[in-house]
Write a protein that binds this ligand. Sequence first.
Ligand code: F6R
Length: 376
Amino acid sequence: EKQGFKHFMLKEIYEQPGVVRACLEAYFTNTEKSSESPINLGLPTDFYADLAQIHIVACGTSWHAALVGKYLLEQLAGISTQVHYASEYRYAPSPLTPNTLIVGVTQSGETADTLAALAMEKERRQGQEPQYQARLLGITNRPESSLGLMVPHIINTLAGIEIGVAATKTFIAQLMAFYALALDLAARRQTVPLEKLVEIITGLRQIPKEIEATLESQESLTEHLAHDFAETKDFIFLGRGINFPIALEGALKLKEISYIHAEGYPAGEMKHGPIALLDSKVPVVAIAVPGSVYEKVISNAQEAKARDSRLIGVTPVKDGEAAEIFNDLLPVSSVDELLSPILTVVPLQLLAYHIAARRGLDVDQPRNLAKSVTVE
Ligand code: F6R
């Protein structure tokens, strides 16, 4: 069933272009002119009425997808959004607010903490005034799961079954769900001009091809790079803005399957402590894509280089000048900054995979981890 791939994880990484295509076909169905929104998530209109804020609960990789979601929901749809670790939120929820959407993100639909956080919200809102009633939405890869039974509405992430314990294609599909949700809200609330919406959607339709190109160019690059990290003990991943969560995700992938200590940081926070960790033994992966924080990330990366760290850039290759500061490049094509996380995560998945495979580890079944965490 691995279809020639050495591990399920690698096969699933390669399935990502198809997953994005499936999500595009399912969510972006409305013809752009004929309706209020070009997106069709099958959610009732009262779901969106007077929406004042959003709370998202999730764990692990799903929590990272939620952070990208927060960026999109705030920057595109203008809705204040908070992302919570489900394990924290269930015991210390935010004060009750009216007209609040609660979103639970869990690919398995079985994560105990996420389910408990949603159940807690549902219960404490029962018997309150109508505006305080729970508006619950689930984002899951398994609509038939316990999550599916608990919430009235689901965005089905269409990644197909994922066998590797490290989430890859389900993460990409969660990102697609958040693009659809944020763009749908932006269209209905008219927070983004229609031309801009169409431009973003047109860009999204190009993404499957861009992932294919990234996979093609990165496979041997990451495999080659993995040779150099046989003895590496620590890694730092830096990103800013919409790519900060991707730095977290790159670090998590590496930790999970290669057992190398890794930290993801918002690049601007380095100087507030973690920079003390840096020396020639600690490689730094910086995600630097053109857009609102590009120069900032480059200058943060330069600070790391000045501490002798080997600097690996996930950055468009065309940009010769900036690219020169990196010791190694994992090039991605230049796309709208808003869409970049779907591309920048791919080389990080491959890098983690090849480092773990190189170390001879059980990539699909890493120690101490289970595919779904059904206990607290
Ligand atoms: C990371 C990973 C875990 C899960 C987390 C949540 O690769 O697989 O961090 O993302 O356990 O799982 P779900 O999404 O099923 O709630």
